[in-house]
Write a protein that binds this ligand. Structure first.
Ligand SMILES: [Zn+2]
Ligand SMILES: [Zn+2]
Length: 295
């Protein structure tokens, strides 16, 4: 079984009740954080997960809303681990430069803490792996990070289409016969269809194009061309034949009571289970079947 928790269901639009884009995936002993939008560690704390417990940080792309709290994840991981445990960060090309720049911005803090704590003698340990496709989590990557095997987890990436933002990637996580695909921000494309083919669940970011198109502000309308609408995400899920569609990154913010409207749009295209909700919404993905746990 793979457990998916929507840590942050927000977007660049600040919402008092929704953290920035981030999804937590538990697969056996492994815990993966997919993107790290604003407030991610507060939401993770709510379900008992700390930065020290992460197996890896997976980044779909380098848009600010998806990496807002990268510095917080790096720093908190660093100061809450007591044996050297490098954090693998797996993302598209460009990730290493962003991580290096983040560490540069943190340089004063890093020097303060090394000077102040006798047992902190090195800067944060991070291993960046840049990919656009292929197998990214295997015994090699896992052993560098954790000193042991990949925990029976396999992760593949494939390109998505969020142009002019590029390269961008989606992740497919498999464990014990269960599988989850995390699309990130993308318009429908063949490589995402292939990555998601037959998956137990597809986590997809969405915008309501019907609503955004009515807003009399061109800067907001600009986002229409490089995101999937609810119906388009549902179309990807249908073509790929996934078991469950999990919607997140609601633009505009999903207001209380509107869940059924969003669900109906997806259901007009995708005939199976549709999940959406507030931050910390949790979905269990079993081999071949998906159920929502009670409570
Ligand atoms: Zn984006
Ligand atoms: Zn986004």
């Amino acid at each position: 079984m793979i457990e998916v928790t929507l840590l942050g269901t927000g977007s660049p639009m600040v919402d008092a009740n929704r953290a920035g884009p981030s999804t937590l995936v538990r697969a056996g002993e492994q815990i993966f954080l997919v993107d790290c939008g604003r407030g991610v560690l507060q939401r993770a704390a709510a379900i008992g997960v700390g930065a020290a417990g992460l197996s890896a940080l997976l980044l779909t792309h380098l848009h600010s809303d998806h990496i807002t709290d990268l510095g917080d994840v790096i720093t908190t991981r660093w100061v809450t681990t007591f044996v050297r445990t490098p954090l693998p960060i797996i993302g598209p090309p460009g990730t290493a430069a962003v991580v290096a720049a983040t560490l540069e911005a943190l340089a004063p803090d890093i020097s303060y803490r090394i000077a102040h704590h006798a047992d902190i003698t090195e800067p944060p340990a991070i291993e960046v792996h840049e990919y656009t496709e292929g197998s990214v989590w295997n015994s090699l990557v896992a052993s560098e990070a954790t000193g042991n095997q990949a925990g029976g987890v396999q992760i593949r990436v494939a390109p998505t289409d969020h142009r002019p933002v590029e390269p961008t990637i989606g992740f497919r996580i498999e464990y014990g016969g269960a599988s989850v695909v995390l699309a990130g921000d993308s318009v429908p494309c063949e490589s995402l269809d292939a990555l998601a083919a037959g998956a137990g669940a597809l986590v997809h970011t969405v915008i309501r194009k019907d609503l955004i198109a009515q807003v009399p502000q061109q800067r907001l309308k600009d986002i229409l061309d490089y995101h999937s609408s609810v119906e388009e995400a549902a179309g990807t899920a249908t073509r790929a034949g996934v078991g469950t569609l999990i919607l997140t990154h609601y633009v505009p913010p999903l207001a209380p009571g509107q869940e059924d409207d969003w669900r109906a749009l997806a259901a007009s295209v995708f005939p199976r289970q549709i999940e959406l909700g507030d931050d910390l919404h949790r979905v269990e993905v079993h081999p071949g079947v998906c159920v929502t746990p009670a409570g």
